[in-house]
Design a protein around this ligand. Structure first.
Ligand SMILES: Cc1ncc(COP(=O)(O)O)c(C=O)c1O
Length: 506
């Protein structure tokens, strides 16, 4: 029987590029290799995944959309083989085991598990493994919802720590760590120590915990404690000398160098997809702990992970580790440089004077708080622009093709991850300048009392003020009402020549 031609084309499309071949040569990627090997073959499955290799859509009008969205390579790599055909997800003995061992070595763990269901699941697995019914848990209030839900479903006794806010001016929140240590010490002194501590050590907002100090203190007070460190946002930090020292796996290894028999167990969860070149939902669960805890963690994975793991996601975890090992430091050098560039431009360029940098110069400098700034994050207050943060995000997305996920009060956060290059940073700076030019004059007029420009809300597109007109209470109310009802506010500071990108104003 001859092969369907579409499958032959897919096989040709799946040949690695010269750059991919170079990467495979310089750093072993056993799982990615194995997935590629089966993806290249014309294997027809009588198990599941009719979509694999695009078979179920070979004569379908939907094929074009599938291929446009996923490409033939992804359709070929999405496979459901298990056992010795590829590997068993829950009891790996082949390429998945080898890939996980390589990751454990690279990150400095005793064991690493790959998950294709995100760190939400990794946190649940880790907590199920670390705790037992009746365990006393001290949890960081700022943890992700997955931690709170997991703790709620386990028969454990949870106490939460108090939260701190960075300062009145800066919306970042984090656990009151001196207070956490105090509660930990008091519980131990009273004879009812905490069995497990949960920390959210790398926040999205750019707060990192001083884990070496925290671990040292906990080890002195109650050395058999187990700690779950959610480092969802910090997987890549391992790969740069300025970021590595505060990471959990580095901190516990350093501690175990001075005391090799320290019984402390540390589980660390990493959303690789947030900071490394891994596909969405790719997550690592690392463990520094004895054989029994390793076995409990494997059991917990069996109980909580989907039985249909995504092999493309798992293979991407293998590739992401290999890339970070070989190129991580250089990529992070670029991120750190670009984050500094963004901060410096905002501080010094008058065309960006409506933006205000929050941290790191003025905040989180007190070492007794046991926190530090994440230099890949730039938090910017945009109150001076006169647009809401929601409108600002929408503008960046619609008009400049730039996406910012987080807003907090009048601040937005730029995560300068390893996918942000020089051209992207220039595009962002350009967008920020243009937005300031367009919007700032509107808010200046509001504070000055006299409009020296047109201010137009669209819809309806009729000027609220014309140059020279006084800004009275009624005008302000009108402007606010239109803004609240969803109108966009435009300022034309050179009405004869202004070019608005939005049609329909005339
Ligand atoms: C601190 C923290 N932990 C865990 C998660 C969940 O990670 P995932 O999206 O990989 O499930 C998130 C998600 O944003 C997070 O911010």
């Amino acid at each position: 029987m001859t092969q369907p031609s579409s499958t032959a084309t897919e096989a040709a499309d799946n040949q690695p590029s010269p750059a991919a071949r170079q990467l495979l040569r310089t750093s072993a990627t056993p799982l990615a290799d194995a997935v590629l090997k089966v993806a290249r073959r014309d294997i027809a499955s009588f198990h599941a995944l009719p979509l694999s290799h695009g078979r179920s859509i070979s004569n379908s009008p939907t094929r074009e959309a599938y291929e446009a969205l996923f490409g033939t390579a992804q359709l070929a790599a999405d496979v459901s083989y298990s056992g010795t055909m590829l590997d068993s997800f829950f009891r790996p003995r082949g390429p998945l085991r080898d890939a996980q061992r390589l990751a454990a070595e690279t990150f400095g763990a005793d064991m690493t598990l790959f998950l294709s269901a995100g760190t939400s699941t990794a946190n649940r697995v880790a907590l199920a493994a670390l705790t037992r019914p009746g365990s006393r848990v001290l949890a960081d209030r700022s943890c992700h919802q997955s931690v709170h839900f997991a703790l709620g479903s386990l028969a454990v006794d949870v106490d939460y720590t108090r939260m701190r806010r960075c300062c009145d001016d800066c919306p970042r929140t984090f656990a009151d760590l001196p207070c956490l240590l105090d509660a930990f010490a008091k519980a131990a002194a009273s004879g009812r120590p905490y069995d497990t501590v949960v920390l959210s050590a790398v926040s999205y907002d750019g707060v990192r915990y001083d884990l070496p100090t925290l671990f040292r203190a906990m080890a002195e007070i109650h050395p058999t404690v187990s700690v779950l460190v959610d480092e969802a946002w910090g997987a890549i930090h391992r790969f740069h000398p300025t970021l590595r020292p505060l990471t959990a796996l580095h901190a516990v290894r350093e501690l175990k160098l001075t005391d090799p028999h320290l019984p402390m167990t540390v589980a660390v969860t990493h959303s690789a997809h947030k900071s490394m070149s891994a596909l969405r939902q790719g997550s690592y669960l690392h463990l520094v702990g004895d054989r029994e805890t390793q076995e409990r963690t494997a059991q917990a994975l069996f109980q909580h992970h989907t039985t249909s793991p995504s092999f493309p996601v798992l293979a991407s975890l293998d590739l992401a580790r290999a890339q970070a090992e070989t190129e991580g430091e250089a990529l992070l050098d670029r991120s750190l440089f670009l984050a500094r560039t963004l901060s410096t431009e905002i501080e010094t360029d008058p065309r960006l004077s409506a933006y205000r940098l929050l941290g790191p110069k003025n905040h989180l400098t007190d070492p007794s708080l046991l926190v530090a700034d994440d230099p890949t994050r730039v938090l910017v207050d945009i109150a001076g622009l006169g647009v809401t943060t929601a409108d600002f995000r929408r503008l960046l997305f619609d008009d400049y093709g730039l996406y910012v996920a987080r807003e907090s009060g009048s601040a937005v956060l730029f995560h300068v991850h390893i996918g942000v290059d020089e051209a992207t940073m220039l595009r962002l700076l350009d967008a920020l300048r243009t937005i300031q030019r367009t919007y700032r004059t509107a808010s200046a007029a509001l504070t000055q009392g006299t409009a020296d420009h047109f201010i137009i809300a669209y819809p309806p597109g009729i000027p609220i003020t014309v140059p020279g007109e006084r800004m009275c209470d009624r005008t302000l109310d009108e402007l606010n009402a239109l803004r609240t009802s969803g109108s966009e506010i435009y300022t034309l500071y050179q009405p004869q020549t202004a070019q608005l990108s939005t049609a329909g104003l005339e």
